[in-house]
Design a binder for this molecule. Sequence first.
Ligand code: HEM
Length: 140
Amino acid sequence: MEIQTLLMILIGLHVLPGVFWVGSTFVLARLGGVGAEKFTIPQLIAAGVVFITGMSLWSQTHPLSAGFGPAEQVLATGAICALGAAGVQSLFVLPAVRTLVMAGGGTTGGAARTRIAVAESVAATLLAITVVCMVIARYV
Ligand code: HEM
């Protein structure tokens, strides 16, 4: 397969789940965590695909031999923020979602729902930084 074709496939498989992940995180933050029961597992799967395709893109477009210049530093900042968002969603949202599911669901949920809302706001902020880093990296 030609490298150009591979890059087009990888960028498609990178950006599409990325848009889902970021978009749904913003919506969950805005809705105070309502709907997190349906979205958290798909979001974490999307995060995994974004990470794998992101690292594959990195290996093809920014080989280690080319050094760690401004573009790589900006990309790395974005990647670290994305990993932080995935960490927040795994460590705070997922357990709170389990609590809500075991309690029988509903759109309220007291402390667990509040924890989700705060965690999604933190994740959304981190992912906003990621998106900006991803799209400016090639111009720095
Ligand atoms: C672990 C996290 C991530 C890693 C390691 C990563 C890595 C990369 C790499 C290496 C590129 C190619 C840059 C280039 O061609 O010079 C890229 C592009 C891109 N990434 Fe990510 N990325 C991550 C997360 C995300 C997320 C969460 C989004 C959200 C939508 C995203 C959106 C994009 C976009 C839109 C581009 C295309 C930028 C352009 O061509 O102008 N990335 N990413």
